[in-house]
Design a binder for this molecule. Structure first.
Ligand SMILES: [Zn+2]
Ligand SMILES: [Zn+2]
Length: 339
């Protein structure tokens, strides 16, 4: 079977190819047809640099780890052909110390598609068809919108950042950065009954965050949130300036959860405030039980995801989609459709 695939062959170079899938689906896998995928900041890093966070691609690879798909060949699994499934891209071993503790995100034998962290690389979801482990496929109720279901993975990441803050119903948190992850963190916090404020240097995304449920939005430089006033802060911008804002605005003994991939820069970070205020700073990497919680929220219909869709591109225009994201003007998620 031949199908349409995109491959990143070098920095800023996405090619389209016809790829051959062997007739036999590998054991434990199912054959899938892409329904909808979405672009992640990680994909953009690989597109720009052919590397991300110090991991270099060793061969041409198909990007994409946020998607849902239709089952084509259930291959003896409990799934049924034609069913729409959400894809959990974390392929964990299930037996290591971290898996046993429910921490699949830290599985010591983890595999992840479209990523240089897994060697040999596994091709990701920006292709028309692919085989994937049946245990990573989650069937959803009929009528679920695939464009919304593709939010499951990034929403789970954002939910995990809320988990890591320890914030609970009635608490107030600040989210610094209203890119797709910050916006989905608004959704995640609101679903837990947490009051959310946001800040970003761009007015448009701040307005969008307020539309989807933030009770207050600050455009950095024009209005700024009060110091020492939040139970927790989620840093979702990647800017060291925003990390300083987090340290300023979090309450004494509060928590800062880092959802972004902050890079070293010349901007001084006020690390002494961690000591002075006894701030607990934590990372937030992927997700665990939150994937199922994200599915439940999406399929419940309680949250409107339509406003979070910035643009739609066809698979053949994956490169144009990445360029659109690179231009930085999109508010929300960029979707990839098979045709
Ligand atoms: Zn992602
Ligand atoms: Zn494991």
């Amino acid at each position: 079977m031949t199908h349409f695939a995109t491959v990143l062959s070098a920095a800023m170079t996405v090619e389209t190819i016809d790829r051959n899938l062997t007739d036999a689906v590998p054991k434990g896998h199912v054959r899938l047809a892409l329904a909808t995928a979405s672009l992640c900041g990680t994909d953009l890093h690989y597109y720009r640099h052919f590397s991300n966070a110090g991991f270099n691609m060793q061969r041409a690879v198909t990007l994409g780890h946020e998607a849902c798909a239709y089952v084509v060949d259930a291959n003896g699994s409990t799934l049924t052909a034609g069913k729409l499934v959400a894809l959990n891209p974390i392929i964990n071993c299930g037996t290591c110390e971290n898996c046993s503790a429910g921490l699949e995100n830290h599985c010591s034998n983890k595999k992840f598609p479209g990523s240089a962290t897994t060697v040999p690389h596994i091709d990701g979801f920006f292709q028309a068809a692919f085989d994937f482990p049946a245990t990573c496929c989650y069937p959803v109720p009929d009528g679920t919108n695939p464009e919304h279901l593709t939010f499951a993975e990034p929403l789970a990441c954002s939910m995990h950042s809320v988990t890591m803050t320890g914030a609970k119903q009635g608490d107030r948190i600040l989210i610094t950065g209203c890119g797709p992850m910050g916006l989905l963190a608004v959704v995640a916090a609101k679903a837990k009954g947490i009051d959310v404020h946001v800040t970003d240097v761009r007015g448009g995304p701040v307005d969008l965050a307020v539309q989807i449920g933030a009770s207050r939005g600050f455009v950095a430089g024009q209005h700024d949130p009060d110091n020492d006033s939040y139970d927790a802060v989620i840093e979702a911008s990647g800017s060291p300036h925003a990390f300083n804002t987090a340290l300023d605005t979090v309450k004494r003994r509060g928590k800062v959860s880092i959802l972004s991939n902050i890079q070293l820069s010349d901007v001084p970070v006020n690390l002494h405030k961690i000591m002075l205020k006894e701030v607990a700073v934590t990372g937030s990497f992927q997700f665990n039980a939150e994937f199922k919680q994200a599915l439940d929220l999406i399929t419940s219909g309680q949250q409107e995801f339509e406003q979070l869709i910035a643009a739609r591109f066809s698979l053949a225009d994956t490169r144009a989609a990445l360029d659109y994201m690179l231009a930085g003007k999109a508010a929300g998620k960029i979707l990839i459709k098979p045709a």
